[in-house]
Design a protein around this ligand. Structure first.
Ligand code: SAM
Length: 549
């Protein structure tokens, strides 16, 4: 499993040796120590096997429950003979072939996802002739007619673990993600009947466009080195063609679907072109095949490891461009580049979590530390709000606001380096939080809002940034803001900051000056929250909230 089995055996060997050493200390007879260690390991394995059995039983019960619930809901529409245009005459003819399970096999699906159409009624599928049909190695797939529904049956040939896994994961996801919903199961034969996704697999789309991705008999029989080389060649072709034939919307929807699945704790998702079906009904990508997936607690080490592996595989086999741990580390190196920083230090340090950080993230006077310690308690309500952030630097504050529930944040930042950094920071937070953040960083002088129409905002923020402007521009800007927003948050600096390059700056950054600025330019009510921490330059950073009716 994912090459991880060897780590498992390695860990077991370490535990075995540790038991042996421990036993040797107490028993002092080598053979007895080996025997006792062996018994302990056996005990662990038996308990593990028992727990797995219990877990499978629970999954089975939950799958049953979720499947029944799903079938009662209107949201899931199972494909009927009418919806795929099978005529009444054809149905009468086909029904004569019903077997003892009350179903008729309409088509068999081969290793390349193509169908051998037995009755000639499924012309809309990617079809294959009998002589070109390459049987699947295991878990046969058929298109079947059952109770006037056209379903896909997947037979697990007695593999109860794979059967329960697939049943559980499909039922868990069917209302939230694009996966085939479960219509029914036959537990005694380990068969799942699932909704038929009307469309083509990505593999077929690539093959029809000219990409060499279909597996042939010779490919299948080539062994070891050749097989791996051939597989890499197929992956390369799929990558290139996948990017060529899929539009950006489908690719980003596919990434979203994968995030959705991972956010449910499901990892080990076998994303490959043959397992992605593009529906001709809604144009969306559907993911199939979950029998080898696993359920892990979201955020744990093993979940992160397997999620990262899924993303690597999706990048390699479909040509997606998903962030992985390795890419994140490269991004962090770029974000720390001194050329892009104020005073060559990261101005807004960010703790992304999970061991990823930039700058002195323990600092509570800037970046995520300041937000956690102070800002998030003092800011007005952000839920669902449209916000304009002036001087947004590397995007740390806008992303904190979005994490706190803001709907959209537009950031205006003078330095294009910081805007580039903001895009990386956004991408890393999205990767970490498995969510999309509606943050739009723009480069330019904040004064451009005087000339460009950005619409109305629920809140405008200028955190430690307004006083970079001269007094006249500050007045013009705040006055304009009072016409596009009812609220403005300004962060002041109390202390002798920036006075070397501009002796008047400490005055413009002071609480007293900023209170008057807000009051005299449209925000009649101003409240101030003091922040007790001094930054490394000995300054304090209170925030002011200006409001108008
Ligand atoms: C001290 S940092 C504050 C960053 C961020 N608001 C925060 O509180 O973490 C000031 C930021 O404002 C930007 N800035 C300065 N003058 C600006 C202007 N006229 N228009 C837009 N951004 C400006 C700087 O490039 C810098 O990123």
């Amino acid at each position: 499993m994912y090459g991880l089995k060897r780590y498992y055996y390695f860990a077991l060997a370490i535990v075995g040796v540790s038991f042996f050493l421990l036993c040797s200390v107490f028993i002092q007879k080598t053979m007895t120590s080996i025997f006792v260690s062996f018994l302990l390991i056996l005990g662990i394995l038996l308990i593990r096997a028992y727990l797995k059995k219990v877990q499978l039983q629970i999954m089975l019960q939950q799958a049953q429950h979720m499947m029944e619930e799903g079938r009662c809901l209107d949201k899931i529409k199972f494909v009927t003979t009418t919806s795929v245009g099978i005529t009444q005459d054809d149905i009468e003819m086909i029904k004569k072939y019903k077997d003892e399970t009350d179903e008729v096999i309409l088509a068999e699906i081969d290793k390349n996802g193509r169908a051998f159409d037995i009755f000639g009624v499924l012309g809309f599928l990617s079809l294959v002739k009998k002589e070109d049909f390459i049987p699947k190695d295991r878990f046969k797939l058929n298109v079947v007619l059952k109770d006037n529904y056209v379903l896909v049956s997947k037979s697990f040939e007695g593999d109860n673990v794979a059967f329960i896994h697939e049943w559980f994961f499909l039922s868990l996801l069917q209302l939230e993600a694009n996966v085939p919903a479960v219509w029914g199961v036959d537990k005694s034969r380990t068969v799942i009947y699932m909704n038929f996704i009307q469309g083509k697999s990505l593999n077929e789309m690539i093959a029809e466009a000219g990409g060499e991705v279909r597996q042939s008999e010779s490919f299948m029989s080539s062994k070891n080195g050749n097989y791996i080389r051939d597989q890499l060649e197929v992956d390369r072709s799929a990558r290139v063609w996948g990017k060529r034939i899929l539009d950006d919307d489908i690719l980003s929807e596919l990434s979203r679907q994968l995030d959705l699945i991972h956010s449910k704790g499901i990892v080990g998702v076998n994303i490959k072109p043959g397992n992605v079906v593009i529906s001709k009904i809604d144009g969306n990508p559907y993911i199939v095949d979950f029998h080898s997936s696993r359920h892990k607690h979201v955020g744990t080490f093993i979940w992160r490891l397997l999620r990262d592996r899924d993303r690597l595989v999706a990048n390699r086999r479909i040509g997606l461009n998903l962030l992985t741990e390795k890419v994140v580390n490269n991004h962090l190196i770029k974000l720390k580049n001194p050329d892009y920083q104020i005073d060559s230090n990261v101005y807004a340090p960010i703790d992304f979590g999970e061991g990823h950080a930039i700058g002195a993230f323990w600092n509570v006077t800037s970046g995520t530390g300041r937000w956690e310690q102070f800002m998030k308690k003092k800011m007005p309500s952000l839920k669902g709000k449209r916000i304009l952030d002036l001087g947004s630097n590397n995007g740390c504050m806008p992303l904190m606001m979005l994490q706190a529930g803001a709907h959209e944040v537009i950031g205006i930042e003078l330095s294009s380096h910081y805007v580039n950094q903001s895009n990386l920071v956004k991408e890393i937070f999205e990767w970490r939080d498995l969510t999309f953040y509606n943050f739009k960083p723009e480069s330019g002088n904040m004064l451009k809002i005087l000339d460009k129409d950005y619409g109305e905002f629920d809140l405008v923020t200028a955190l430690c940034t307004l006083y970079y402007l001269n007094e006249n521009d500050m007045i013009r800007l705040v006055n304009h803001i009072s016409h596009i927003s009812h609220k403005m948050v300004v962060q002041a600096i109390e202390g002798n900051v920036g006075s070397q390059e501009n002796p008047d700056k400490p005055r413009r950054a002071s609480v007293g000056f900023l209170i008057n600025l807000l009051r005299n330019n449209g925000f009649e009510r101003v409240s101030v929250s003091n922040y007790d921490y001094y930054d490394p330059r000995g300054c304090k950073r209170p925030i002011l909230i200006g409001e108008r009716d």
